[in-house]
Design a protein around this ligand. Structure first.
Ligand SMILES: Nc1ncnc2c1ncn2[C@@H]1O[C@H](COP(=O)(O)OP(=O)(O)O)[C@@H](O)[C@H]1O
Ligand SMILES: [Mg+2]
Length: 265
């Protein structure tokens, strides 16, 4: 049975595309076949984050128009077995695709891949509706900010109305120092508001931005950095492993305590 998971958020810029790219790599590394679908028509960038932009020949639009076969449009990632991308068209007309067409495409992918991860556009309009149409699960990405959490809450309601029952939360860009200083919501705050199960917390980390700019998701790295480990842990939790959550706050605590000790001695 294939798992069709839409990565969504409501608000833009919270890390949906970053999470989709990295999680795709991490799940494929566990030996699963993964198809990543860029459902952000018009503002696609999953291809860029994966460093596959020069290899895009066809997109979902050509497949739907019957101008190429689905497997011709899939871009295989040479760095990782079992990982492919179905690029979105760079079309200005976001209404170029219908819900039924999206469903058809994704159902076809689900026949061949263990996981279909769908990167959703921001907002709750047509593009979002298309992205969630075929999904049976969702990963809600939010940053610990009021506006992002409110939008996420709205989206959770829409997903539930759609019959999507398995909804898990990813808190992205956590800054432990700010939480400690009471300047940022904690993971617990976010989880209390959204009341959905937490599947991962990714710290705010410059290496995420650097790797995205290079087209080389962190999850590829042999020696995983902290954000890379948190992503890998999400992949393993999706697979059903019980992986304890890293205490990102404690790590920060240690640093603070170390500095305090330095000043004391
Ligand atoms: N954990 C993180 N730490 C630092 N920067 C991040 C992190 N996650 C995402 N970003 C940055 O945030 C910006 C928006 O991310 P993106 O994945 O494009 O969001 P979305 O797809 O939700 O619009 C990008 O510049 C990305 O590099
Ligand atoms: Mg995006």
């Amino acid at each position: 049975m294939s798992r069709i998971i839409v990565v969504t958020s409501g608000k833009g810029g919270v890390g949906k595309t970053t999470v989709t790219a990295n999680l795709g790599v991490a799940i494929a590394k566990l030996g699963r076949k993964v198809a990543l679908v860029d459902a952000d028509f018009g503002l696609r960038n999953l291809d860029l984050l994966l460093g596959l932009e020069n290899r895009v020949v066809y997109t979902a639009i050509e497949v739907l128009a019957g101008q190429c076969r689905l497997d011709q449009a899939l871009v295989r990632d040479k760095r990782q077995d079992g990982l492919v991308l179905l690029p979105a068209a760079q079309t200005r007309n976001k209404e170029a695709v219908s819900r039924d067409q999206m469903k058809k495409l994704i159902t076809l992918l689900a026949e061949k891949y263990d996981y279909v991860l769908i990167d959703s556009p921001a907002g709750i309009e047509m593009g979002f509706q298309n992205a969630i149409a075929a999904a049976s699960e969702s990963l809600i990405v939010t940053t610990p900010e009021i506006a992002a959490v409110r939008d996420a809450d709205r989206v959770v309601g829409l997903l539930e109305a759609q019959g999507i029952k398995r909804i898990n939360l990813i808190v992205n860009r956590l800054k432990p120092a700010m939480v400690q200083a009471d300047q940022m919501m904690s993971v617990q705050d976010v989880q209390e508001i959204l009341a959905i199960p937490l599947i991962g917390v990714v710290p705010d980390d410059e290496r995420v931005i650097v790797s995205s700019n290079r087209g080389e998701p962190l999850a590829f790295s042999e020696n995983l950095s902290l954000p890379g480990i948190t992503i890998q842990n999400i992949a393993r939790r999706l697979e059903g492993d019980r992986i304890p959550f890293l205490d990102l706050m404690a790590e920060h605590d240690n640093l603070i305590n170390r500095i305090r000790r330095m000043f004391r001695s």
